[in-house]
Design a protein around this ligand. Sequence first.
Ligand SMILES: NC(=O)c1ccc[n+]([C@@H]2O[C@H](COP(=O)([O-])OP(=O)(O)OC[C@H]3O[C@@H](n4cnc5c(N)ncnc54)[C@H](O)[C@@H]3O)[C@@H](O)[C@H]2O)c1
Ligand SMILES: O=c1ccn([C@@H]2O[C@H](COP(=O)(O)OP(=O)(O)O[C@H]3OC[C@@H](O)[C@H](O)[C@H]3O)[C@@H](O)[C@H]2O)c(=O)[nH]1
Length: 314
Amino acid sequence: MRILVTGGAGFIGSHLVDRLMENEKNEVIVADNYFTGSKDNLKKWIGHPRFELIRHDVTEPLLVEVDQIYHLACPASPIFYKYNPVKTIKTNVIGTLNMLGLAKRVGARILLTSTSEVYGDPLIHPQTESYWGNVNPIGVRSCYDEGKRVAETLMFDYHRQHGIEIRIARIFNTYGPRMNIDDGRVVSNFIAQAIRNEPLTVQAPGTQTRSFCYVSDMVDGLIRLMEGENTGPINIGNPGEFTMIELAENVKELINPEVEIISVENTPDDPRQRKPDITKAKELLGWEPKIKLRDGLPLMEEDFRQRLGVPRKN
Ligand SMILES: NC(=O)c1ccc[n+]([C@@H]2O[C@H](COP(=O)([O-])OP(=O)(O)OC[C@H]3O[C@@H](n4cnc5c(N)ncnc54)[C@H](O)[C@@H]3O)[C@@H](O)[C@H]2O)c1
Ligand SMILES: O=c1ccn([C@@H]2O[C@H](COP(=O)(O)OP(=O)(O)O[C@H]3OC[C@@H](O)[C@H](O)[C@H]3O)[C@@H](O)[C@H]2O)c(=O)[nH]1
């Protein structure tokens, strides 16, 4: 199997590449523009005969002979996707069009990593795949959430019109080693802050909720979806739901009991609650997450301590 992973130098993408490379029958090609990813995440594969890394921006067409495409390329942290919103929209729309064009040309199956953000600020809880969402089309997050909604539409139009084999994963907040240290997302922020002995910055009101999935569970779900018979969309996430205050308290207790927790201003349109209904993933993919938040946080701490050069005391 020859497999293209767009965005493979990023957080989830590089863990996915690790898993795909474990199978000696796979050849893996990564296409990435290194906006939020890094060659460092793939250093153990560079030079491997079954691995290729291409500096490529998905807003430009790409021609490679592959059997499967995991299409992840897109900045995922709100600070990065809001940094150049027009580029984010282009990545989601033109990038997905280009990858669908490639899938059509070479007859590949394509999986899109969509997001729980397609549900916007959800009015039903937990979110099922049949919920159409509550999304602001003109807000500061729209380049990402509306961008992903159009990407999903393109996937289904190519499927209906051209018979392309598609898979759509709606990923809920994922965390783990290799997240950018200054990524801006909440788990990486809190862990880096706790290790640096800086206050944990809970954005007001702090009662907003998220459900956090450890990256190895996520990768397992994505591969099952690609290999299975269902187009999706399928929610992939961990239904354990936490307020941001609870998350901060967990990080404080597990990583640095001395650290302060402070309240800071939030950004517009922050979803107030988010929790996946994973009935479909359980029934159709035989998948459910295994790693609880309190077990996953220490696994991530090790990696952050190494990169920050702050060893654990005692
Ligand atoms: N991590 C999460 O919690 C989460 C949640 C929902 C959806 N997702 C989706 O999963 C995917 C991966 O997310 P991640 O957390 O690994 O983010 P990430 O930012 O670590 O990785 C994204 C990768 O895409 C690359 N990229 C960005 N724009 C590109 C372009 N135009 N051309 C080529 N490469 C480009 C980046 O350089 C990076 O390597 C994204 O599609 C994201 O929307 C992630
Ligand atoms: O330092 C911080 C950062 C963030 N937060 C809060 O933590 C919550 C989560 O924020 P994040 O930036 O980690 O992530 P979000 O849930 O907003 O977006 C995320 O969801 C789905 C994915 O598609 C995106 O890739 C991902 O970034 C928000 O309520 C935010 O206000 C803090 O309290 N403190």
